[in-house]
Design a protein around this ligand. Structure first.
Ligand code: KG4
Ligand code: ZN
Length: 364
Protein backbone atom coordinates (compact mmCIF):
# COMPACT_ATOMS: atom_id res chain seq x y z
CA UNK A 1 0.00 0.00 0.00
CA UNK A 2 1.44 3.40 -0.92
CA UNK A 3 1.69 6.02 1.79
CA UNK A 4 -0.92 8.79 1.72
CA UNK A 5 1.56 11.47 2.61
CA UNK A 6 3.14 13.91 0.22
CA UNK A 7 6.69 13.63 -1.05
CA UNK A 8 8.64 16.74 -1.93
CA UNK A 9 11.63 15.98 -4.15
CA UNK A 10 14.41 17.93 -5.88
CA UNK A 11 15.33 16.50 -9.28
CA UNK A 12 18.54 17.06 -11.23
CA UNK A 13 18.99 16.24 -14.94
CA UNK A 14 22.36 16.44 -16.73
CA UNK A 15 22.47 13.39 -19.02
CA UNK A 16 22.63 15.24 -22.34
CA UNK A 17 22.67 18.93 -23.30
CA UNK A 18 20.13 20.35 -20.87
CA UNK A 19 21.16 21.37 -17.37
CA UNK A 20 17.98 21.15 -15.33
CA UNK A 21 16.70 21.22 -11.76
CA UNK A 22 13.15 21.13 -10.43
CA UNK A 23 11.10 20.66 -7.29
CA UNK A 24 8.00 18.47 -7.48
CA UNK A 25 5.42 17.38 -4.93
CA UNK A 26 3.69 14.00 -5.25
CA UNK A 27 0.54 13.36 -3.27
CA UNK A 28 -1.78 10.38 -3.09
CA UNK A 29 -5.49 10.94 -2.55
CA UNK A 30 -7.37 8.65 -0.14
CA UNK A 31 -8.78 6.80 -3.17
CA UNK A 32 -5.23 6.03 -4.31
CA UNK A 33 -5.09 8.54 -7.19
CA UNK A 34 -1.69 10.18 -7.59
CA UNK A 35 -1.26 13.91 -8.12
CA UNK A 36 1.80 15.83 -9.21
CA UNK A 37 2.57 19.48 -8.64
CA UNK A 38 5.57 21.18 -10.22
CA UNK A 39 6.79 23.87 -7.82
CA UNK A 40 9.71 24.90 -10.03
CA UNK A 41 11.29 23.65 -13.24
CA UNK A 42 14.47 25.37 -14.40
CA UNK A 43 15.99 24.22 -17.71
CA UNK A 44 19.11 25.69 -19.27
CA UNK A 45 19.59 24.52 -22.84
CA UNK A 46 23.15 24.32 -24.19
CA UNK A 47 21.97 24.60 -27.79
CA UNK A 48 24.19 27.60 -28.53
CA UNK A 49 27.35 25.90 -27.22
CA UNK A 50 26.81 22.85 -29.47
CA UNK A 51 25.30 24.50 -32.56
CA UNK A 52 28.68 25.29 -34.24
CA UNK A 53 29.44 21.54 -34.21
CA UNK A 54 26.03 20.42 -35.48
CA UNK A 55 25.64 17.98 -32.60
CA UNK A 56 26.20 17.54 -28.87
CA UNK A 57 29.92 17.50 -27.90
CA UNK A 58 30.19 15.45 -24.67
CA UNK A 59 33.14 17.39 -23.19
CA UNK A 60 31.47 20.75 -23.78
CA UNK A 61 28.24 19.42 -22.27
CA UNK A 62 29.96 18.13 -19.11
CA UNK A 63 31.83 21.41 -18.60
CA UNK A 64 28.66 23.47 -19.05
CA UNK A 65 26.83 21.30 -16.49
CA UNK A 66 29.63 21.91 -13.96
CA UNK A 67 29.45 25.64 -14.60
CA UNK A 68 25.69 26.07 -14.21
CA UNK A 69 24.25 23.29 -12.07
CA UNK A 70 24.86 24.81 -8.60
CA UNK A 71 23.20 28.07 -9.59
CA UNK A 72 20.25 26.33 -11.29
CA UNK A 73 19.68 24.06 -8.29
CA UNK A 74 19.64 27.07 -5.94
CA UNK A 75 17.25 28.79 -8.34
CA UNK A 76 14.91 25.77 -8.45
CA UNK A 77 14.78 25.66 -4.63
CA UNK A 78 14.24 29.43 -4.38
CA UNK A 79 11.47 29.46 -7.01
CA UNK A 80 9.73 26.60 -5.19
CA UNK A 81 10.09 28.53 -1.93
CA UNK A 82 11.71 25.60 -0.14
CA UNK A 83 15.05 24.85 1.50
CA UNK A 84 17.03 21.60 1.46
CA UNK A 85 15.62 20.81 4.92
CA UNK A 86 12.04 20.80 3.57
CA UNK A 87 12.74 18.09 1.00
CA UNK A 88 11.93 14.41 1.43
CA UNK A 89 14.53 13.31 -1.10
CA UNK A 90 17.05 14.33 -3.72
CA UNK A 91 16.86 12.67 -7.13
CA UNK A 92 19.31 12.79 -10.02
CA UNK A 93 19.65 11.07 -13.37
CA UNK A 94 22.27 8.38 -12.88
CA UNK A 95 22.07 7.06 -16.45
CA UNK A 96 21.77 6.30 -19.28
CA UNK A 97 23.43 9.23 -21.01
CA UNK A 98 26.70 11.03 -21.69
CA UNK A 99 28.78 9.82 -18.78
CA UNK A 100 30.56 13.13 -18.05
CA UNK A 101 27.27 14.93 -17.60
CA UNK A 102 25.70 12.11 -15.60
CA UNK A 103 28.67 12.21 -13.19
CA UNK A 104 28.22 15.97 -12.64
CA UNK A 105 24.51 15.65 -11.77
CA UNK A 106 24.82 12.53 -9.65
CA UNK A 107 27.82 13.83 -7.68
CA UNK A 108 26.02 17.10 -7.00
CA UNK A 109 22.96 15.21 -5.76
CA UNK A 110 25.14 12.99 -3.57
CA UNK A 111 26.79 16.06 -2.04
CA UNK A 112 23.40 17.64 -1.29
CA UNK A 113 22.02 14.36 0.09
CA UNK A 114 25.07 13.90 2.33
CA UNK A 115 25.00 17.48 3.59
CA UNK A 116 21.26 17.49 4.29
CA UNK A 117 20.86 13.91 5.46
CA UNK A 118 18.07 13.39 2.89
CA UNK A 119 17.80 10.16 0.89
CA UNK A 120 19.30 9.96 -2.59
CA UNK A 121 17.22 8.53 -5.43
CA UNK A 122 19.23 7.46 -8.49
CA UNK A 123 16.82 7.82 -11.40
CA UNK A 124 16.96 6.12 -14.77
CA UNK A 125 16.48 8.95 -17.30
CA UNK A 126 14.14 6.80 -19.39
CA UNK A 127 11.97 6.06 -16.38
CA UNK A 128 11.73 9.84 -15.94
CA UNK A 129 10.25 10.13 -19.45
CA UNK A 130 8.10 7.03 -18.89
CA UNK A 131 6.42 8.22 -15.67
CA UNK A 132 5.91 11.91 -16.60
CA UNK A 133 2.27 11.32 -17.61
CA UNK A 134 1.45 10.16 -14.10
CA UNK A 135 2.58 13.57 -12.84
CA UNK A 136 0.75 15.54 -15.55
CA UNK A 137 -2.37 13.39 -16.02
CA UNK A 138 -2.43 11.19 -12.89
CA UNK A 139 -2.97 8.06 -14.97
CA UNK A 140 -2.83 4.65 -13.29
CA UNK A 141 -0.80 1.62 -14.39
CA UNK A 142 -0.74 -0.24 -16.72
CA UNK A 143 -0.18 1.55 -20.01
CA UNK A 144 1.55 1.06 -23.32
CA UNK A 145 4.53 3.38 -23.75
CA UNK A 146 6.15 4.58 -26.94
CA UNK A 147 9.47 6.11 -25.92
CA UNK A 148 10.98 8.14 -28.72
CA UNK A 149 14.03 10.29 -28.00
CA UNK A 150 17.46 11.13 -29.38
CA UNK A 151 18.92 7.88 -28.10
CA UNK A 152 15.94 5.51 -27.90
CA UNK A 153 12.97 4.14 -29.83
CA UNK A 154 11.13 1.58 -27.76
CA UNK A 155 7.71 0.16 -27.11
CA UNK A 156 7.18 -0.95 -23.52
CA UNK A 157 4.37 -2.32 -21.41
CA UNK A 158 4.51 -0.39 -18.13
CA UNK A 159 2.85 -2.13 -15.19
CA UNK A 160 4.39 -0.20 -12.29
CA UNK A 161 7.34 1.86 -11.07
CA UNK A 162 10.41 -0.09 -12.23
CA UNK A 163 8.22 -2.53 -14.13
CA UNK A 164 8.82 -2.40 -17.85
CA UNK A 165 8.38 -5.15 -20.39
CA UNK A 166 10.20 -4.43 -23.64
CA UNK A 167 7.99 -5.21 -26.66
CA UNK A 168 10.24 -3.80 -29.38
CA UNK A 169 13.09 -1.38 -30.03
CA UNK A 170 15.18 0.01 -32.86
CA UNK A 171 17.68 -2.29 -34.51
CA UNK A 172 19.80 0.68 -35.61
CA UNK A 173 19.17 4.44 -35.26
CA UNK A 174 16.80 6.01 -32.75
CA UNK A 175 13.98 8.04 -34.27
CA UNK A 176 15.26 11.35 -32.85
CA UNK A 177 18.71 10.52 -34.20
CA UNK A 178 17.17 9.98 -37.67
CA UNK A 179 15.44 13.39 -37.44
CA UNK A 180 18.73 15.00 -36.38
CA UNK A 181 20.78 13.34 -39.15
CA UNK A 182 18.27 14.15 -41.89
CA UNK A 183 18.10 17.77 -40.69
CA UNK A 184 21.90 17.92 -40.80
CA UNK A 185 21.96 16.56 -44.38
CA UNK A 186 19.95 19.59 -45.47
CA UNK A 187 21.59 22.10 -43.08
CA UNK A 188 18.26 22.86 -41.45
CA UNK A 189 19.81 23.89 -38.14
CA UNK A 190 20.40 22.42 -34.71
CA UNK A 191 18.68 20.77 -32.87
CA UNK A 192 17.46 18.91 -35.91
CA UNK A 193 14.07 17.50 -34.85
CA UNK A 194 12.23 20.79 -34.23
CA UNK A 195 13.99 22.41 -37.25
CA UNK A 196 12.88 19.58 -39.51
CA UNK A 197 9.31 19.79 -38.22
CA UNK A 198 9.19 23.53 -38.97
CA UNK A 199 10.58 22.98 -42.49
CA UNK A 200 8.13 20.15 -43.15
CA UNK A 201 5.14 22.42 -42.42
CA UNK A 202 5.58 24.08 -45.82
CA UNK A 203 6.27 20.86 -47.73
CA UNK A 204 4.43 18.26 -49.80
CA UNK A 205 4.66 14.90 -47.97
CA UNK A 206 3.74 13.00 -51.16
CA UNK A 207 6.44 14.35 -53.49
CA UNK A 208 9.08 11.77 -52.56
CA UNK A 209 8.27 8.15 -52.00
CA UNK A 210 10.63 6.73 -49.38
CA UNK A 211 11.12 3.19 -48.04
CA UNK A 212 9.20 2.22 -44.90
CA UNK A 213 11.56 -0.05 -42.93
CA UNK A 214 9.82 -2.77 -40.86
CA UNK A 215 6.36 -1.70 -42.08
CA UNK A 216 3.96 -4.65 -41.85
CA UNK A 217 6.56 -6.93 -40.23
CA UNK A 218 5.55 -9.04 -37.26
CA UNK A 219 6.47 -7.66 -33.83
CA UNK A 220 7.27 -4.11 -32.76
CA UNK A 221 10.89 -3.44 -33.75
CA UNK A 222 11.94 -0.28 -35.58
CA UNK A 223 14.64 0.53 -38.10
CA UNK A 224 15.53 3.97 -39.44
CA UNK A 225 18.98 3.74 -41.01
CA UNK A 226 17.68 2.61 -44.44
CA UNK A 227 15.24 5.50 -44.49
CA UNK A 228 18.01 7.94 -43.59
CA UNK A 229 20.16 6.56 -46.43
CA UNK A 230 17.24 6.89 -48.87
CA UNK A 231 16.86 10.54 -47.85
CA UNK A 232 20.60 11.10 -48.40
CA UNK A 233 20.36 9.60 -51.90
CA UNK A 234 17.29 11.76 -52.64
CA UNK A 235 19.15 14.88 -51.49
CA UNK A 236 22.16 14.00 -53.69
CA UNK A 237 19.93 13.28 -56.71
CA UNK A 238 18.01 16.54 -56.37
CA UNK A 239 21.24 18.51 -55.90
CA UNK A 240 22.69 16.97 -59.06
CA UNK A 241 19.57 17.82 -61.05
CA UNK A 242 19.53 21.50 -60.27
CA UNK A 243 22.90 22.28 -58.69
CA UNK A 244 21.47 22.69 -55.20
CA UNK A 245 18.38 22.26 -53.09
CA UNK A 246 15.68 24.93 -53.29
CA UNK A 247 13.68 25.84 -50.18
CA UNK A 248 10.78 23.94 -51.76
CA UNK A 249 12.92 20.81 -52.24
CA UNK A 250 14.01 20.94 -48.61
CA UNK A 251 10.44 21.36 -47.37
CA UNK A 252 9.18 18.51 -49.56
CA UNK A 253 11.98 16.16 -48.49
CA UNK A 254 11.42 17.04 -44.81
CA UNK A 255 7.65 16.52 -45.13
CA UNK A 256 8.08 13.20 -46.98
CA UNK A 257 10.56 11.97 -44.36
CA UNK A 258 8.36 13.02 -41.44
CA UNK A 259 5.24 11.42 -42.96
CA UNK A 260 7.14 8.17 -43.58
CA UNK A 261 8.43 8.09 -39.98
CA UNK A 262 4.88 8.68 -38.71
CA UNK A 263 3.57 5.86 -40.89
CA UNK A 264 6.21 3.38 -39.76
CA UNK A 265 5.86 4.30 -36.08
CA UNK A 266 2.05 4.05 -36.35
CA UNK A 267 2.40 0.56 -37.83
CA UNK A 268 4.69 -0.61 -35.00
CA UNK A 269 2.37 0.92 -32.39
CA UNK A 270 -0.62 -0.80 -34.01
CA UNK A 271 1.09 -4.15 -33.48
CA UNK A 272 1.97 -3.28 -29.89
CA UNK A 273 -1.60 -2.23 -29.08
CA UNK A 274 -2.90 -5.54 -30.39
CA UNK A 275 -0.30 -7.40 -28.29
CA UNK A 276 -1.04 -5.68 -24.98
CA UNK A 277 -4.79 -5.15 -25.22
CA UNK A 278 -5.61 -8.43 -23.44
CA UNK A 279 -3.29 -7.41 -20.56
CA UNK A 280 -4.80 -3.96 -20.06
CA UNK A 281 -7.45 -5.06 -17.57
CA UNK A 282 -10.86 -3.51 -17.09
CA UNK A 283 -9.86 0.20 -17.20
CA UNK A 284 -9.35 2.35 -20.28
CA UNK A 285 -6.51 1.30 -22.61
CA UNK A 286 -3.89 4.02 -22.84
CA UNK A 287 -1.06 4.72 -25.25
CA UNK A 288 1.53 7.10 -23.78
CA UNK A 289 4.10 8.80 -25.98
CA UNK A 290 7.18 10.18 -24.23
CA UNK A 291 10.66 11.49 -25.05
CA UNK A 292 11.75 14.45 -27.15
CA UNK A 293 10.18 13.25 -30.42
CA UNK A 294 6.76 13.18 -28.68
CA UNK A 295 6.86 16.95 -29.26
CA UNK A 296 6.37 16.31 -33.00
CA UNK A 297 2.84 17.38 -33.98
CA UNK A 298 2.59 15.29 -37.14
CA UNK A 299 3.53 12.15 -35.21
CA UNK A 300 1.07 12.94 -32.42
CA UNK A 301 -1.78 13.47 -34.90
CA UNK A 302 -1.04 10.19 -36.67
CA UNK A 303 -0.84 8.26 -33.41
CA UNK A 304 -4.02 9.85 -32.12
CA UNK A 305 -5.95 8.42 -35.08
CA UNK A 306 -4.27 5.04 -34.73
CA UNK A 307 -5.02 4.87 -31.00
CA UNK A 308 -8.71 5.75 -31.45
CA UNK A 309 -9.14 3.06 -34.09
CA UNK A 310 -7.70 0.47 -31.69
CA UNK A 311 -9.82 1.66 -28.75
CA UNK A 312 -6.91 3.35 -26.97
CA UNK A 313 -6.64 6.84 -25.54
CA UNK A 314 -3.50 8.78 -26.51
CA UNK A 315 -1.77 10.55 -23.62
CA UNK A 316 1.19 12.87 -24.27
CA UNK A 317 2.89 15.19 -21.77
CA UNK A 318 2.75 18.94 -22.50
CA UNK A 319 5.43 20.08 -25.01
CA UNK A 320 7.85 21.47 -22.44
CA UNK A 321 7.88 18.19 -20.52
CA UNK A 322 8.53 16.00 -23.60
CA UNK A 323 12.16 17.07 -23.91
CA UNK A 324 14.64 16.67 -21.05
CA UNK A 325 13.82 18.48 -17.83
CA UNK A 326 14.31 18.22 -14.07
CA UNK A 327 10.63 17.79 -13.17
CA UNK A 328 10.48 14.35 -14.77
CA UNK A 329 13.49 13.25 -12.70
CA UNK A 330 12.07 14.73 -9.50
CA UNK A 331 8.75 12.95 -10.21
CA UNK A 332 10.35 9.56 -10.91
CA UNK A 333 12.35 10.10 -7.71
CA UNK A 334 9.15 10.83 -5.77
CA UNK A 335 7.45 7.72 -7.19
CA UNK A 336 10.40 5.59 -6.05
CA UNK A 337 10.65 7.30 -2.68
CA UNK A 338 6.95 6.63 -2.03
CA UNK A 339 7.73 2.92 -2.41
CA UNK A 340 10.80 3.14 -0.18
CA UNK A 341 13.16 2.71 -3.12
CA UNK A 342 16.23 4.81 -2.27
CA UNK A 343 19.88 4.47 -3.21
CA UNK A 344 23.21 4.52 -1.39
CA UNK A 345 25.80 7.26 -1.81
CA UNK A 346 28.02 4.64 -3.49
CA UNK A 347 25.62 4.37 -6.48
CA UNK A 348 27.62 4.44 -9.71
CA UNK A 349 26.71 6.52 -12.78
CA UNK A 350 25.96 4.45 -15.89
CA UNK A 351 26.34 5.29 -19.56
CA UNK A 352 24.05 2.38 -20.48
CA UNK A 353 21.05 1.30 -18.43
CA UNK A 354 18.15 -0.42 -20.24
CA UNK A 355 14.71 0.18 -18.76
CA UNK A 356 13.75 -3.46 -19.01
CA UNK A 357 16.54 -4.27 -16.53
CA UNK A 358 14.91 -2.15 -13.79
CA UNK A 359 13.12 -4.31 -11.27
CA UNK A 360 11.00 -2.93 -8.52
CA UNK A 361 10.75 -5.52 -5.74
CA UNK A 362 7.44 -4.11 -4.52
CA UNK A 363 4.05 -4.38 -6.13
CA UNK A 364 2.44 -1.01 -6.87
O1 KG4 B 1 14.28 13.23 -24.81
P1 KG4 B 1 15.21 14.20 -25.43
O2 KG4 B 1 15.09 15.66 -25.06
O3 KG4 B 1 16.70 13.79 -25.17
C1 KG4 B 1 17.08 12.45 -25.17
O4 KG4 B 1 16.90 11.81 -24.10
O5 KG4 B 1 17.52 11.98 -26.24
O6 KG4 B 1 15.05 14.02 -27.02
C2 KG4 B 1 15.81 14.77 -27.90
C3 KG4 B 1 15.47 14.30 -29.31
C4 KG4 B 1 16.37 14.92 -30.36
O7 KG4 B 1 16.76 13.91 -31.27
C5 KG4 B 1 15.45 15.95 -31.02
O8 KG4 B 1 15.81 16.24 -32.34
C6 KG4 B 1 14.12 15.25 -30.94
O9 KG4 B 1 14.13 14.66 -29.64
N1 KG4 B 1 13.00 16.21 -31.05
C7 KG4 B 1 12.13 16.20 -32.09
C8 KG4 B 1 11.26 17.29 -31.87
N2 KG4 B 1 11.63 17.92 -30.72
C9 KG4 B 1 12.70 17.23 -30.23
N3 KG4 B 1 12.01 15.38 -33.14
C10 KG4 B 1 11.02 15.63 -34.02
N4 KG4 B 1 10.16 16.68 -33.90
C11 KG4 B 1 10.24 17.52 -32.85
N5 KG4 B 1 9.39 18.53 -32.74
ZN1 ZN C 1 15.49 12.35 -22.75
Amino acid sequence: MTSARAHLVLGIETSCDETAAAVVRRTVAPDGAVRGEILSNVVLSQVEEHAPYGGVVPEIAARAHVEHLDRLTAQALAEAGVGLGDLDGIAATSGPGLIGGVIVGLMTAKGLAFASGKPLIAVNHLEGHALTVRMTHGIPFPYLLLLVSGGHSQLLFVSGVGRFELLGSTVDDAVGEAFDKVAKLMNLGFPGGPALERTAERGDPKRFSLPRPMFGRAGCDFSFSGLKTAVRLTVEREKEKSGGLTEEDKADIAASFQATVAEVVADRVRHAMAMVKPEMGAGPCRLVVAGGVAANRALRARLDGEARTAGFELVVPPFGLCTDNGAMIAWAGAERLALGLVDGLDTAPRARWPLSSLQSPLSN
